[in-house]
Design a protein around this ligand. Structure first.
Ligand SMILES: C[S@@+](CC[C@H](N)C(=O)[O-])C[C@H]1O[C@@H](n2cnc3c(N)ncnc32)[C@H](O)[C@@H]1O
Length: 246
């Protein structure tokens, strides 16, 4: 397990410089044009809340929450470069620490009002460990908002194209074969983990959460006009958001 953790951290370490640059030069269109709106609206009024962001990356969502009035945001990420970058821009009510989202032993029980996982479960070999840990550190009644790759997409499968190159439909295969998927992001090899929808749902329920909502984000015509790359999001789901309550 330790070897796998080291290897996964190495992958994110290799991707981090490009990831950080993209985040800070207007990239990450799926977040900006689609997911951020859903996530912020689901978080609601964050005034004075203590919020945990698991797999916070270079801190973009933590900063949004802090700007929205959060009392304290703690971002945890296993990649040093991401944490260093997040610290460069942090305000006085944000903190970013190096750590494994699957083992939050350094955090006290029932110490957060809200927890976020924004595209992190697909990176974890043991997402259920993160879910159990988040359940432990949340106060009773607090919510855990999880955005993840949609299981229909994390299984793998690209567009089937017609002779003219037009996208006909997404190919889905090996849905029940859970485990590693190897992809390339900005020329860097990254390992993701695919699980079925029922595996995720059971992981949440078995940790003790109730599921308040499941959302399959799509885009508005206005957002497609602004970000034409998002047109596919009108056809097939790419992401899924779970709203969980302790
Ligand atoms: C897809 S990025 C998302 C980053 C950020 N949440 C965002 O939306 O921009 C996944 C992040 O998870 C981090 N990560 C991967 N495995 C982790 C682990 N075991 N514990 C904490 N963070 C992890 C990576 O370093 C990376 O920053």
């Amino acid at each position: 397990m330790a070897d796998q953790y080291t290897q996964l951290r190495r992958e994110w370490g290799a991707l981090a410089p490009k990831w950080i640059e993209e985040a800070r030069t207007g990239g990450h269109v799926h977040r900006k044009g689609m997911l951020d709106g859903y996530m912020l609206s689901l978080c609601g009024d964050v005034s004075n809340l203590r919020i945990l962001d698991c797999g916070c990356g270079e801190g973009r969502f933590g900063r949004m929450l802090a700007r929205g009035g959060a009392g304290y945001v703690l971002g945890v990420d296993s990649c040093e470069l991401m944490i260093e970058a997040a610290r460069e821009l942090q305000s006085s009510n944000e903190e970013y620490v190096l750590g494994d989202a699957q083992d939050l032993g350094f955090l006290a029980d029932a110490s957060f009002d809200l927890a976020i996982s924004y595209l992190n479960h697909c990176d974890l070999p043991d997402f259920a460990a993160n879910v159990r840990e988040v359940f432990r550190v949340l106060k009773p009644g607090a919510r855990f908002i999880v955005a993840n790759l949609h299981p229909m997409r994390s299984a793998g499968g690209s567009w089937l194209r017609g002779p003219d190159g037009a996208r006909q439909h997404i190919m889905l295969d090996n849905y029940f074969a859970e485990g590693e998927r190897h992809l390339t992001m900005q020329d860097v090899g990254i390992t993701n983990f695919h699980r079925t929808l029922s595996t995720y749902v059971r992981g949440f329920l078995w940790a003790g959460f109730t599921i308040e909502d499941i959302i399959e984000p799509t885009v508005s015509p206005e957002m497609v006009a602004k970000y034409p790359e998002l047109e596919d999001e009108l056809r097939v789901p790419n992401f899924i958001i779970y709203v969980l309550r302790k």
